[in-house]
Design a binder for this molecule. Sequence first.
Ligand SMILES: C[S@@+](CC[C@H](N)C(=O)[O-])C[C@H]1O[C@@H](n2cnc3c(N)ncnc32)[C@H](O)[C@@H]1O
Length: 216
Amino acid sequence: MPRDLLAPGLAGYLDSLVPPRHPVLAEMEAEAARTGFPIIGPATGHLCYLLARAIGARRVFELGSGFGYSTAWFAKAVRENGGGTVHHVVWDQALSDSARTYLTAMDLADIVEFRTGEAVATLRDTAGPFDLIFNDIDKAGYPASLEVIAAKLRPGSLLLVDNLLWSGRVLDPADRTPDTEGVRTLTRLVGADPHWISSVIPVRDGLMVAYRSGIA
Ligand SMILES: C[S@@+](CC[C@H](N)C(=O)[O-])C[C@H]1O[C@@H](n2cnc3c(N)ncnc32)[C@H](O)[C@@H]1O
């Protein structure tokens, strides 16, 4: 698990500010804590939900969905926005099955398309455009995913990318691992491209929020 990037206690404080949530979300948080599975957690989940609500997202695509925790936040937003589809994509069938069980228990499964396979290839093969794309795949794959993502977003849509602070490893010049370099490269590419207006929000492990401006 990433170490606490904020002053000690602040990450927990931000999580504590998230309003009471569906008991199934709390169950998923307990599973993640028990197994060490890297979910986005309450504060980032709630921020994703807020952003999806704010733009009225009805077509959402998630790359690297795990057992459905982040999916549940997006599906709740899409339901409240009037309905639509959240594509849940992960390469493990067991995680996909587990996500279906959780989302069914939350009465949100009808909003979700459960897909198994490599996430970027799946997005390439899916008709767009999307209102919001969330990227949480293996970090070495971040740079190559960007071109596919950009082609599936319309002006006025949002790209959210998790782990852009990467437990602080982005600051270590000796760390040239493919994952750390993947995070750095994506950050640089989005920041330098006038089609995006972006910011990295230092919540948990860093969430990039990038607005597809349509202005070149
Ligand atoms: C960080 S976890 C996802 C957590 C999830 N977003 C959440 O917060 O609930 C990433 C998951 O996506 C899978 N994954 C990573 N890269 C992938 C790829 N390129 N295609 C499909 N699945 C991928 C991993 O095996 C893992 O199960």
